[in-house]
Design a protein around this ligand. Structure first.
Ligand code: NAD
Length: 496
């Protein structure tokens, strides 16, 4: 690690116990249950996070409910002005937020900057929501009778976020909700509460009226209180598939709108005509960027036909050169995984891969980061001779482990992709428009890459997801948000 004074001061910083933000005020939770927030690179405790009580969740919901009527009648362009102020503040605090993100999540500083940029883009996109809220009308549906459809704000919404994108995921939803006239409760991941805490400081500074945006820290008990509240009208969830299924069921039972983005197992197909140098460079960020903890990360590499040997050798060589370390060091290319518990899980997959007979070409368990002995580091790992029915080719690992499954043709690659219960992302690397078209036409995944390793839609497009990677019908981001966050009302009028 670059031992500059600034970095050392940041590493030593303790953020204390995070607070909830309810009704425009920072309030300390009275819960006796408090967890440590641990820097994944050092193992050091950098903050404490309360598991808030049901009463505290109810107070946040009540404050959002009470703020709703005034906020919904605030002109849309005025609502947008708050978002413009928030955007300006996020830009001003861009670097500070990116560095907090490294501390709690373990990303490299560049990956963190990329995430904060994506987060801000959603605020940008939401500032333009007013026009999308316009309705439509038709005169004379019968003699002197007119009919119109208006969109109205719905009420209180909430989101439940995962650990891996602490800045961006809540901003996939909250800015659009408040732009549409709804009020909001955010529940960040208890593993990474600090970045969203910073976002709420900026929400406060932007002067949003009390109660329009609230934040409650905690875990399952907080989530259940949100799901069961009759006041909450809609839930956006991002996280693992098992929790997504649970939340989808429980919230739908209570009559709420629900959109749940779940886990993933993403396949990268490389055709014999792919540009090998560029493909391998792209695959490195796909498989090993964010330590493989992206829901869009590559997980299984499918070399087609004759490209296999060259691709495998170049892939392993490039992976072995990735510099692993503490994300605040600008030269580091890959950080740690989120926790000791998750590290054990990833290591257990490496053991399983060996036990099931895959050939370990690069063993990330050997990686040591000298300056950070307490960190959760696993280096880039590559398995070859993986068969599609092996555990490492089927289950989400969410770590820096690549499984190479050799296939004979594109049809076989697509069959393997379709055998997965997930449908989050898949990519093809090729110079052939014909193969690329066949791939994007047939593959049942919500985010498709053509010579792109991480097919992450910008804020103007919906974030896709099919099968066990998405439960619901209206996606986050893009044109669908206005349908998720508004009610449509039809008015038929005759004047005597
Ligand atoms: P997770 O499911 O463990 O937790 C997500 C959120 O749910 C957290 O806020 C947590 O407090 C809450 N939670 C956990 N267990 C719960 C329970 N039993 N009842 C109610 N709430 C509960 O996910 P994670 O480990 O934080 O994130 C990693 C997962 O998220 C991976 O599977 C990844 O693929 C997925 N993910 C998906 C997308 C996507 O867009 N599809 C994006 C990012 C992450």
């Amino acid at each position: 690690m670059e031992r500059s004074g600034t970095i050392l001061a940041e590493v030593k910083k303790n953020y204390g116990q995070v607070m909830n933000y309810v009704n425009g005020r920072w309030t300390a939770s009275e819960s006796s249950q408090v967890l440590d927030v641990v820097n994944p690179a050092t193992g050091g405790i950098i903050a404490k996070v309360p598991l808030s009580t049901v009463g505290e969740v109810e107070a946040a919901i009540k404050s959002a409910q009470e703020a709703f009527w005034e906020w919904r009648s605030t002109p849309p362009m005025t609502r947008a002005r708050y978002l413009f102020r928030l955007k300006g503040l996020l830009e001003e605090h861009f670097e500070e937020m990116s560095r907090i993100l490294v501390q709690e999540e373990g990303k490299t500083i560049d990956e963190s900057r990329g995430e904060v940029r994506r987060a801000i883009e959603n605020v940008d996109a939401a500032t333009g929501m007013s026009s999308q809220m316009m309705g439509y009308n038709l005169e004379d549906i019968t003699n002197e009778v007119d009919e119109e459809c208006v969109r109205q704000p719905t009420g209180v919404f909430c989101c439940v976020a995962p650990f891996n994108f602490p800045a961006m995921v809540p901003l996939w939803f909250m800015p659009y909700a408040v732009a549409c006239g709804d009020t909001y409760v955010i529940k960040p991941s208890e593993q990474v509460p600090l970045t969203q805490n910073k976002v709420l400081e900026l929400v406060d500074e932007a002067g949003f009226p009390p109660g329009v945006v609230n934040l409650v820290n905690g875990s399952k008990e907080v989530v259940d209180a949100l799901l069961d509240s009759p006041v909450i009208r809609g839930v956006s969830f991002v996280g693992s598939t098992s929790v997504a299924k649970y939340i989808y069921r429980r919230a739908a039972e209570k009559g709420k709108r629900v959109q749940c983005q779940g886990g993933a197992k993403n396949f990268m197909v490389v055709m014999p005509d792919a540009n090998l140098d560029k493909t391998v460079a792209t695959l490195m960020t796909s498989f090993y960027g964010c330590a493989g903890e992206r829901c869009l990360s590559g997980s299984v590499l499918l070399p087609v036909g004759g490209v296999y040997e060259d691709l495998r050798d170049n892939f392993v060589e490039a992976a072995s050169k990735i510099k692993v370390g503490y994300g605040l060091d600008e030269s580091v290319q890959m950080g740690p995984v989120i926790s000791k518990k998750h590290m054990e899980r990833v290591l257990s997959y490496i053991e399983k891969g060996q036990a099931e007979g895959a050939r370990l070409l690069l063993d990330g368990r050997k990686v040591r980061v000298e300056d950070c002995p307490g960190g959760n580091f696993i280096g880039p790992t590559v398995f070859d001779e993986v068969r599609p029915n092996m555990t490492i080719a089927k289950e989400e690992i969410f770590g820096p482990v690549a499984a190479i499954v050799r296939v004979e043709n594109l049809g076989q690659a697509i069959d393997i992709i379709h055998s997965s219960p997930y449908g989050n992302a898949a990519s093809i690397f090729t110079s052939s428009g014909k193969w690329a078209r066949e791939f994007k036409y047939k593959v049942q995944c919500g985010n498709i890459g053509v010579n792109i390793g991480i097919a992450a839609p910008i804020a103007l497009f919906p974030f896709g997801g099919m099968k066990d990677s998405f439960f619901g019908d209206l996606h986050g981001q893009g044109g669908e948000v206005v349908d998720f966050f508004t009610e449509r009302k039809v008015v038929i009028s005759r004047w005597f």
